[in-house]
Design a protein around this ligand. Structure first.
Ligand code: SF4
Length: 173
């Protein structure tokens, strides 16, 4: 291919190496999503290869942001893939002074047991006036910023079935 300039035709200025280059995302599946961080709701492109998310970028078709993401949104990939993410919990026993490392499974089991214990001991059928209330007031739930509508729906559904009334979330999307 030759390109016309004011003098005449010149050789293709793009090197063979550059012509052979391909996007690192070329063979990835592209899924459209929404940034989980704030109510602006910038659209994102999530690129997946072999069942793994390999990149998340702004969506040029977004009427809100036209492909741009703020620094927070641009870091969304690190929510999924991050070598610095803690994989253990720190536990301090009642009355203890030192933190101990425990596996996540241990923490999940313990939380489940504590929830069951609270439900078994504190569930109220009636209030002081005898009115039927079916509630559990010794557990409260505070949702995180990156929970989406579907996750908040499931959390509310689970906790309401336990009788929990104090439920909130940082609803953004
Ligand atoms: S990219 Fe930034 S401005 Fe856009 S939704 Fe995410 S956090 Fe909000």
């Amino acid at each position: 291919m030759a390109i016309r300039n004011y003098v005449g035709f010149i050789p293709n200025p793009i090197s063979k190496r550059s012509q052979a280059l391909r996007s690192r995302l070329g063979d990835a599946q592209r899924h459209i999503s929404v940034c989980p961080f704030c109510a602006v709701g910038c659209s994102q492109q999530v690129f997946v290869r072999d069942g793994r998310v390999i990149d998340i970028e702004g969506n040029p078709d977004s009427p809100i942001s036209a492909g741009h993401l703020c620094p927070k949104g641009a870091s969304t990939y690190q929510l999924l893939n991050n070598p610095n993410r803690p994989t253990k919990v720190l536990y301090r026993a009642p009355g203890g002074t030192d933190w101990e490392e425990r596996p996540l499974d241990w923490a999940m089991e313990r939380i489940a047991q504590r929830v069951k214990d609270a439900r078994d001991s504190d569930f109220q059928l009636h209030d002081a006036s005898g009115t039927r209330v079916n509630r559990l007031e010794t557990i409260a739930s505070i949702g995180g910023a990156t929970l989406d509508n579907e996750e908040n729906y499931l959390i509310a559904k689970l906790l309401r079935n336990l009788g929990v009334v104090h439920i909130t979330n940082q609803a953004r999307i």
